[in-house]
Structure formats: C-alpha cells, structure tokens
Design a protein around this ligand. Sequence first.
Ligand SMILES: [Zn+2]
Length: 87
Amino acid sequence: MVHKKTIHARKLRKTLIKAFYGKCWFCGSIEHLEFFHIIPTELNGRGRGFLKRMYDIAKNPTCYGLACKDCHYLYDNGILEDNDINV
Ligand SMILES: [Zn+2]
C-alpha cells in the first residue's frame, strides 16, 4: 500500500510542475522533470525527503526552476546559466 504522505507529495509535485509551466525551462522537454535551485534555500542538497522538498518549493517558488534531467545536470555544472532560461 502506498503511504498517504507519498500520495500527498505526488499530488503536490503535480500541482507545482503545472505552476512551473510544466516543462523544462531550458529545452522545453516534458520528460524527467526535476526542480532545481536558482537561489539556495535552507533545504539544499539531495536526500532531504521528497515531501519536505515539495513544501520547500511551495514556500519559496522564486528560488526554484524546473528542468529535465539533462538540463538540470548541465545547470549544476555551470554549462547552462540563468540567462539560458526560456520561459
Ligand atoms: Zn531540458
């Protein structure tokens, strides 16, 4: 059985993705979307818990962007920059 909290987190993620234009901000892809930090928040790094992350995004929407897996990697490595954002 899926935990209630997990269902809640997934619903929240869906809502947030919609609010973030539903596509990668760099290439426009709609697959493998991930949120990335534009401005660091208190919740940096990975593995802080999925629900906590979703709450942090909802609380600080201007600190995050949406990117596909590939663009997220390129952004984290400084190959894509803020001015490559296309939304
Ligand atoms: Zn992309």
